[in-house]
Ligand binder design. Sequence first.
Ligand code: ADP
Ligand code: MG
Length: 394
Amino acid sequence: MVDRIEPILPGSYLGILGGGQLGRMFTQAAQAMGYKVCVLDPGSDSPAGSIAEKFIQADYVDSAALKEMAALCSSVSTEFENVPAQALDELEALGVFVAPRSSCVSLAQNRIAEKKFLATWKSETNIGPAPYFVVEHDADIAHIPADLFPGILKTARMGYDGKGQVTVYSPEELTTAWNELGRVPCVLEKRMELDFEVSALVVRGHDDAVVAYPVSQNIHRDGILHTSTVPAPSLKPAQEKKIVDAAKALIRKIEYVGVLCVEFFVLKNGDIVANEIAPRPHNSGHYTMDACVTGQFEQQVRAMARLPLGDTRQLAPVSMLNLLGDLWFEGSEDKAKEPAWNKVLAHPDAKLHLYGKSAPRIGRKMGHINCLGEALNEARQNCAAVAIELGIEP
Ligand code: ADP
Ligand code: MG
């Protein structure tokens, strides 16, 4: 029988499903606190698997592998958003404390369930999703309200970094786009007039304690996060409060244990809409690693080990710059180069994080740099300077 109250203390094993960069930074945070980590990932060579005390290479639903993990770890979390719910359920059935549990993770895996969830609780959170319509059958297309165009057709499952999305201007274009996406379940979302994008990062402990980080303002390029700046330069204090309150209400609603990110759009007319949730630490929360008392990965460790949550206070303004595989090439993938790390490392307030991925590829997330400053402007200038030195348009 698992003890559901006592904390899991350093020296114990914690488990993580997924071996990508989020799993690696989780592993590093856990190890810094004296835990051992068991990573399960289907790939032979993963950023987290290569540094964990125990690496199980297996499919997420491999029962023997899950049993092996359960024998070692009294708590397991996930870094891979699309981990099958079945894997989390199997671990829970084996007596493991799974945080967040499968129902919470499933919600974020399906845009239809996610939008419905955001719409359902709008009366309590005060922030709802953009107007949307579910497309699952040909007949649905005829019922779409005309004011959803222009809209963005998004696949219900497996979309990330802007993949699986098509902008459509008419029902005819929608039909074509839906066919191109393989007629899988989708949502058509009204394309909103965005002023800027932000995300809220909240954490809930097993004891219902909830903490929130300062909201970050995010700039995307080609659908991929480019920078996150905190405090959010364009956000008014009343908007920040509204966003943080909404994210706290949502995490409580689903009794989620762990780190949860909620993305929001701030519209040109000042309205705010909720976009999507991620059931794990988030790229836009990497700034916490160097700018806050407790980083988001330590917080993930604390939540799953049933420890009190750490202080989320921000110690310095920060702008995080993502590093994509593009940096390793001169234009195309046939001309390799090494990024100018010497220049970046010459900045005393630029904190470099590389994920140990063996092969850079165009568009692949390879690392990030947290650029700090005494004032917000200084952090932003620092970030722009670092970007220019690496050949990234700031
Ligand atoms: P992903 O899972 O790929 O992150 P998102 O739904 O967050 O998918 O969409 C990616 C980006 O596309 C958003 O960050 C935003 O810039 C833009 N976008 C998405 N939905 C809308 C919308 N309804 N209106 C305007 N822009 C949108
Ligand atoms: Mg997104």
